[in-house]
Design a protein around this ligand. Structure first.
Ligand code: N01
Length: 545
């Protein structure tokens, strides 16, 4: 359907009550911005509500030192508008957070999005009024707006996880969370700094904080694997080459399991001799980045193959870190890639600095924050600043923090108390006319998020236009289709090593969270095919009425 056809078609049927808005979208990150643009183009009245003061979503909040995307900038960008992708100039292989925010602002200005975004507006509740098929959306400020369609575009990693450690209020120094970094400059010069956590955010920020701080102490519960980024300025010739064939490249990328174009090696790590295996790992290590796991086709499927890759990285850590005891502590023992792989710039080298110390807390959790620092293993440590790089209540956190109630007033939190269930990660049965972008059950965090959110935004916008254009009022996931999708998701998750460890993918980082492998791991192409089939079969698995 063209945009013009839909715009003229979607006018609500006369029997439908007037609502303040046709669509309310929560979140002005890359998903919310594109949804606004697309839905507006289809002729809908759209209101985006955004808790932050500007666009950018996850990149608005995660502005800690060293924050940078670890998907290459030429791929981590919108593709819906060719002029946009031709004109925008990325400066480095991996874009910094400030550059990504500049890009988000540029998109907001270019498509005149701000006039339909309410900033500093956190949504507290969304309740379905089933008598009228209307959602009532209430903000923390107490305003209520009605809407026919309600879309949560709140991101997968946007609900910061602040561990429940006693004494937080007694600490006299400054506390930071990487996912809620202040917008003012933070200067660690001359300060004694603690970083708690060794995930992607910590691994990016630790080398930068170490350069500033008088001393930096890293509290590590689980060692993590990091592959060098090998970041560099982009070569104008490479950029020109990509831009000359951007469409082709994007199409090729969509055929890759993670939606990221790279040279995958379709050979088992077991099928080659040791010399060749080492050479292939070394080649990937020198290239840098997440595609290290593409060195062989079974690194996430076969434990022995995985061990070859893990041993390779452990040996690199031992060669890099001079103090053998520290090196050993930094060597992860779990499956590589089971927790999300990290990409670093000088992380392991940082532990060779005189002012950097590593404290292993795997056997003795942080007992308390004190007035002057923290206590663990019976020892007191004094700090001026404590940085929590402790991650997020991933995938479900930002959805469940809003009081969402669907049919018969049933809270989403109640429906998902045993774990999230969705159809395609887009809708959940019992919550008609409510969509999620990259919800649990979508490939989302296992893919390049930009093409993933674009695909979702297009699916949702086209679906709304289809319903409205056909004089219908309501769409809802069928419980049977949802169960089948959840079962399929569980089945494919069970085939990989990724589901075997205590990661945020399974909710293991949040006490009490049900253990469910949340993202869909069947690959981006399989997911795209499924969505296309669903649409071709008249929104199969959804109940339209
Ligand atoms: O969070 P994490 P993150 N006491 O959950 C530790 C994306 N991302 O913000 O492993 C002590 O990975 C926890 O320990 P453990 C990316 O998808 C992307 O770093 O649970 N420690 C772990 O070490 C990434 O995966 C980019 O034992 C505690 C750390 O804190 C995701 O965001 C950059 C603790 C949390 O690691 C999340 O990354 C940044 C406690 N009570 C993030 N609680 C790029 O694109 C938790 N920990 C580059």
């Amino acid at each position: 359907m063209t945009q013009t056809e839909a715009a003229s078609d979607h006018t609500p049927a006369a029997s439908q009550p007037a609502t303040d808005m046709d669509v309310i979208v929560v979140g002005a990150g890359f998903a919310g911005m594109y949804l606004l643009h697309r839905l507006r183009g289809l002729g809908f009245r759209v209101q985006v509500m955004e808790a932050g003061s500007d666009v950018g979503g996850t990149w608005y909040w995660n502005r800690y030192p060293g924050a940078r995307c670890d998907v290459e900038s030429m791929q981590y960008s919108y593709q819906f508008d060719d002029d946009l992708q031709q004109e925008w100039e990325w400066s480095e292989r991996y874009a910094t957070q400030p550059e990504i925010i500049r890009y988000a602002r540029h998109v907001a200005d270019r498509f005149d999005l701000r006039r339909d975004i309410r900033f500093d507006c956190r949504v507290a509740a969304a309740h379905l009024d089933e008598t009228q098929d209307v959602w009532r959306v209430t903000t923390e400020g107490g305003d209520t707006l009605t809407t026919r369609w309600f879309v949560m575009a709140t991101g997968c990693l946007s609900s910061a996880n602040m561990p429940d450690i006693p004494g937080v209020e007694s600490f006299r120094g400054a506390i930071f969370h990487t996912g809620q970094w202040p917008h003012e400059d933070v200067d660690f010069t001359g300060k004694r700094v603690a970083v708690i956590g060794t995930g992607s955010s910590a691994i990016q920020s630790i080398p930068i904080i170490a350069e500033q701080a008088a001393s930096l102490t890293v509290f590590q519960r689980t060692a993590n694997y990091a592959i060098p980024a090998r970041n560099r300025p982009l070569d104008p010739e490479d950029v020109a080459r990509i831009k000359a064939h951007y469409g082709e490249m994007r199409a090729q990328a969509k055929k890759m399991p993670a939606g990221i174009l790279f040279q995958a090696n379709d050979v088992s790590a077991r099928a080659v001799d040791d010399a060749e295996r080492q050479a292939r790992f070394e080649h990937r290590w020198q290239k840098g980045g997440l595609t290290f796991l593409g060195a062989f086709n079974d690194l996430l499927l076969d434990e022995k193959s995985n061990r070859y890759a893990a041993d390779f990285v452990r040996n690199k850590i031992r060669k890099t870190v001079k103090d053998p005891k520290v090196a050993e502590l930094l060597c992860p023992t779990n499956i590589i890639g089971c927790k999300r792989l990290c990409v670093d710039s000088g992380y392991y080298e940082t532990f060779n600095r005189q002012n950097v110390h590593l404290v292993d807390i795997s056997g003795s959790p942080i007992e308390a924050l004190t007035e002057s620092g923290l206590r663990t293993g019976g020892e007191e440590y004094a700090f001026d600043c404590i940085v929590f790089a402790t991650g997020f209540d991933a995938m479900t956190g930002s959805l469940l923090r809003v009081d969402i109630r669907g049919s018969e007033g049933r809270p989403l939190a109640e429906k998902w108390q045993e774990g999230p269930k969705t159809y395609l990660g887009l809708m959940t049965a019992g919550f008609p006319n409510m969509f999620m972008v990259t919800g649990p059950g979508s490939p989302s965090v296992l893919t390049n998020m930009l093409p993933s959110v674009e695909q979702h935004a297009e699916f949702i916008a086209d679906c709304i236009a289809h319903i409205a254009g056909n004089g219908l009022k309501r769409i809802e996931a069928e419980p049977e289709a949802e169960e089948a999708w959840v079962a399929h998701g569980d089945q494919v998750a069970g085939l990989t090593l990724r589901s075997t460890c205590s990661s945020w993918y399974v909710g293991a980082n949040i006490p009490g969270k049900p253990r469910v492998f949340m993202p869909y791991i069947g690959g981006f192409p399989a997911y795209l095919d499924k969505c296309a089939e669903v649409v071709a079969n008249g929104y199969e698995g959804f109940r339209l009425s």
